[in-house]
Ligand binder design. Structure first.
Ligand SMILES: NC(=O)c1ccc[n+]([C@@H]2O[C@H](COP(=O)([O-])OP(=O)(O)OC[C@H]3O[C@@H](n4cnc5c(N)ncnc54)[C@H](OP(=O)(O)O)[C@@H]3O)[C@@H](O)[C@H]2O)c1
Length: 375
């Protein structure tokens, strides 16, 4: 029997990827879609301004419900709501039903793991502590979309060679800013707006001028990446039921660039034990074997999890590799910035692995071990 799923925020950039990941899923089926009240009763096709190509008509015809009356008979909620709203709605759902989430609403609480299947699936044990909140369900969030690519690349290094410090710079696409930023970028890029004169430029909200610009500040992004990386790579202690952060220095600089999809990152790492570029390529080449031996092959897992290239990964060409679930790594070289220094580039699909399908993979893992079952 398939698990019945409700998607919260189904019309958004992350929500629509939940719909894509689930409409033909072997273990889960979409029962309810929810969006804001202005779209209540409309079909997905009428309400959603994003690309719906490839989705079958019966899915596009599904009507949108209101968050005021969520269906507590469902087996799972997938949340892709704005974080402030997610605080109340996810809690309301978790009182009766498990929730997987792309939002930051609960990420930093001590009884909440931040899950990436290939990296820290065992942290799911912390979810049991949420029973003390009086919930029948639980909330399992994934990381911020920028953290995902970084941690996927760091995890094998951390396990095998140890890490002293990490410095990352991101070049993040507009889809990371949600449906309204995508809409703005489209209008600006494809000329729905007339060319902007020097006189008009100061009148435009700088946070929304995305097509021909670099936005040097993304609200709270750098704090999230630093905090989340250490939590995800941390250790879970079963006896005390606590999670302790990994200990290394990390800093980053996060920037929005005018690409549509995919977060590109340059990373410099100082390892504890010396690791050559070839050592690292060898480590990445073995990664899928390690994943298979710890949790088998899940329906949403890519054929190749870490794809290593001899060139730079490029969002335009590489962002949808293995359906957007692969982390693409290129230009692995020694760095002379530090002793034991390495540098490389990473590309991760922010709405797929970095959000919805990455979290469906987490739900698949939890189902495969019997932790997430039909009610
Ligand atoms: N975009 C990414 O790459 C990405 C990656 C990882 C995590 N995330 C996280 O995922 C969440 C969603 O992000 P997004 O980029 O998908 O945002 P988005 O495109 O703006 O979508 C937001 C969704 O929430 C709904 N919503 C907004 N206000 C609402 C309200 N008052 N009541 C009910 N529903 C409401 C919207 O419905 P309407 O269409 O009806 O307004 C829409 O379905 C955020 O917490 C974000 O931080 C996003």
């Amino acid at each position: 029997m398939k698990l019945k799923v409700g998607i919260l925020g189904a019309t958004g950039a992350a929500g629509i990827e939940f719909v894509r990941a689930l409409y033909n899923h072997p273990w889960f089926e979409i029962e309810e879609l929810y969006a804001s009240d202005k779209n209540q009763g409309k079909t997905l096709e009428e309400a959603c301004k994003l690309d719906l190509s490839g989705l079958p008509q019966n899915v596009k015809n599904k009507s949108l419900g209101s968050l005021e009356i969520v269906n507590h008979d469902l087996d799972l909620f997938c949340s892709a709501l704005p974080s402030e709203l997610a605080k109340t709605i996810e809690e309301k759902c978790a009182k009766y039903t498990p929730v997987i989430s792309t939002t930051s609403a609960f990420r930093y609480e001590s009884d909440v793991p931040i899950m990436i299947t290939e990296v820290n699936s065992k942290h799911y044990k912390l979810l049991q502590r949420q029973k003390q909140r009086g919930w029948k369900g639980w909330i399992a969030p994934g990381p911020n979309c920028t953290t995902v690519g970084l941690v996927m690349a760091l995890h094998p290094i951390y396990k095998e060679f140890g890490i002293e410090r990490v410095i990352m710079s991101s070049y993040q696409s507009v889809s990371g800013g949600g449906a309204s930023l995508i809409q703005k970028w489209r209008e600006q890029r494809f000329g729905a707006l007339p060319e902007i004169s020097e006189v008009e430029k100061p009148l435009i909200n700088p946070a929304l001028m995305v097509a021909d610009n670099v936005l040097g500040h993304i609200h709270l992004e750098e704090q999230k990446v630093k905090k989340e990386t250490l939590k995800i790579l941390g250790n879970y202690y079963s006896g005390k039921k606590i999670l302790e952060d990994a200990e290394f220095s990390i800093d980053c600089s996060c920037v929005r660039v005018p690409t549509y999809k995919g977060h590109f990152e340059t990373v410099i790492v100082q390892t504890m034990k010396n690791c050559s570029a070839d050592n690292l390529k060898g480590l990445y080449a073995m990664f899928d074997d390690c994943c298979r031996s710890s949790f088998g092959h899940l329906p949403s897992s890519p054929k190749e999890t870490l794809v290593v290239l001899d060139r730079s990964p490029e969002p335009y060409y590489d962002v949808n590799l293995y359906g957007g679930m692969a982390t693409v790594i290129g230009r692995i070289e020694k760095s002379n910035a530090f002793s034991n220094g390495l540098k490389f580039q990473v590309l991760s699909n922010n709405t797929v692995k970095g959000a919805a399908k990455g979290m469906i993979q987490v739900a698949e893992y939890l189902h495969s071990i019997g932790f997430l079952m039909p009610k």
